[in-house]
Design a binder for this molecule. Sequence first.
Ligand code: 26V
Length: 750
Amino acid sequence: MTLSQRLEKNCNKLIYDCTDEELFCGILKTIDELKNEIKTKDEKKKLYYISAEFLIGKLMESNLINLGVYHDMRQILSEYGKDLSKITELEIEPSLGNGGLGRLASCFLDSIAYTGIDGDGVGLLYHCGLFKQVFKENKQFETPNLWLGDNTVLNKTDISYTVPFGDMTLKSRLYTIDIIGKDRINKLNLFDIETVDEKIVTDDIRYDKADIRRNLTLFLYPDDSDEAGRRLRLYQEYFMASNGAQLIIDETLRRGGRLEDLADYAVVQINDTHPSLIIPELIRLLCERGMDMDTSIKIVEKMCAYTNHTILAEALEKWEAKTIQDIIPEIYEIIKELDARKKSECADKSLHIIDDNSLVHMARMDIHYSFSVNGVAALHTEILKKSELNDFYKIYPEKFNNKTNGISMRRWLTGANPRLDGFIEELIGRDFRNDYEKLKSLERYKDDNRVLSKLLEIKAENKADLCDYIKEKQGIDLDPNSVFDVQIKRLHEYKRQQMNVLYLITKYLDIKRGILPKRPITAIFGAKAAPAYTIAKDIIHLILCIEELIEKDKAVSEHLRVVMVENYNVTWAEKIIPASDISEQISLASKEASGTGNMKMMLNGALTLGTMDGANIEISSLVGEDNIYIFGKSSDEVIECYKKNNYKPYDYYEKDARIKEAVDFITDKDILALGDKESLTRLKNELIKKDYFMTFPDFEDYYSTKDKMLSDYENRMGWAKQSLVNIANSGYFSSDRTIREYNSDIWRIV
Ligand code: 26V
């Protein structure tokens, strides 16, 4: 049966006569049928990728791509005047993730399945997931994102485990999502409890944080600014770890493995510290089944590998011993034993799992009891080895390794940018999809004006599409001929959205004075702030106030627009990234572990404006300094500066007229007329008095580098050439490459 006949059969109607809804259902059925034709082979050893978040995005398109029928499906539909992108609009994006860590986990699941590795994801099924962001009065508000509905991608299983807490026992239910590869189907295992109750949540996401039976799997990262929130998080983390551990043991036994050989059957990749309790939980379960403590520990050490995703101290999890003792007493006893063993070996207190203040350091437990510890980009791993985790590196040098992050090229090129994907195929054939390093051969076109013009044309079309989409979603008219300057990522002070805003204020004031940019600029932001992160919310408030100020000022808005998209998510990213010209990667050097948006925009032909941080460093060495715009202090300088502890933002504010003018404008009467005085004043004072992430010292360099970039943009063919070099060198960032490295160095699954 041809694909077209199959689709027609599954729609029960001629394609031509189908509505988009009918086609949506027909395509789902077609995907199911094709999937069922794939025979998945179980290997002896299996990978479990355990993570608090999976930012999976919509699945229909990527499923079609991995099944190898995406291009045909688009073609068939277009022959009947239908548009696949319109049909996929109907799919609801799952809300199971927050940012880079969760998106990475999803790109990894895609590559694990696609490269043929036997490996599943393990996580929680959050009913409201991450909150939905709503803008009112130029501020972020949070509402529950009830994404589940009558969701079609989730399969309910009959698998259920009991999870023993100190005060109660909870029963889980396993749901799965199929992760479709080329010739195997893996699973994302998501655990839930049946007693969870969405009705306890108010519109502004308040609920009884102590009612664990009803709230356990409602939200990802519940607000932990109070004790009840922190306790809930620990309940979640243990629930995830225990279910994961029970699943691993069950599946091993089902495959004929013995518990003594568990490490030959299962390897666990711990994605940051949220799932770390799987270490003591596996030990507990092995002991419960009659194994002695020494043997269980030896087995678990051989099974677990830990990935660190951040060096920000506040993000490295620490739990009060008494909280663990109270909520999961059996686990606490095991952690105490694990700690005692290391205390007897190492005097150095920085290596102790439980410190003198009775805080349990999760990352320390991971490092002691895993066989592999990896960072996510070259600089990040070096910083871990040289400073943050140096004491551990000294005793376990063999455990440390780097795995530079990657992205699913199928989602971020083929799915998100079919125009560019198709053009690349025209130029170099389709073989690059089996090995993305082959994109390199595009470089032979770098002086070919026809190719360069076509690249500019594709970008222009993508920008026009984005304008239509933003118009439809937010009612805003943007100029597709302007430069699209994009910063899309979680809102955090270290990522320095505030520096971008200060630049935009400077441009605004220049325009007011009659100094006009050569071409209009459209600054696009997408970001959610953690609900209790006040300064991050203040930054969003400032961005939205400036957006409104400019929108109302015709004289300025012809030259400069600011737009913050509401509820930034994977779907937004898929629309924005192919339309981006400038990729803002401006974190304070040493703070961004890797970044992955930087890779996605590079692949889609944007040029990076960035600091020497995270994977920007690898991007820079791949494209060469002529094809990237680097500014700012180096990580060594920044680390030195923190050591000296003598940075005084006020000195910069006083001495640099541009900084002073921009910062003062935050509380200018025109802004105050649109915003909240308390919030804006707090932000201004934070910058002048603290500026912990050193915006001011990098500002002048940022300002002039960005201006240089805007002026280079006017040399359209020169820009297109730089863009082509970026695309051609992005193959290294395929997550297929990253996963092959994980497999050959860590997992070793055949
Ligand atoms: C930490 C916390 C701390 C408490 C509030 C909620 C919360 C949520 C997540 C996290 C972990 C943050 C770690 C993270 O997302 N790291 C990012 O990982 C990406 C993938 O490796 C990497 O590209 C980014 O640079 C890094 O920031």
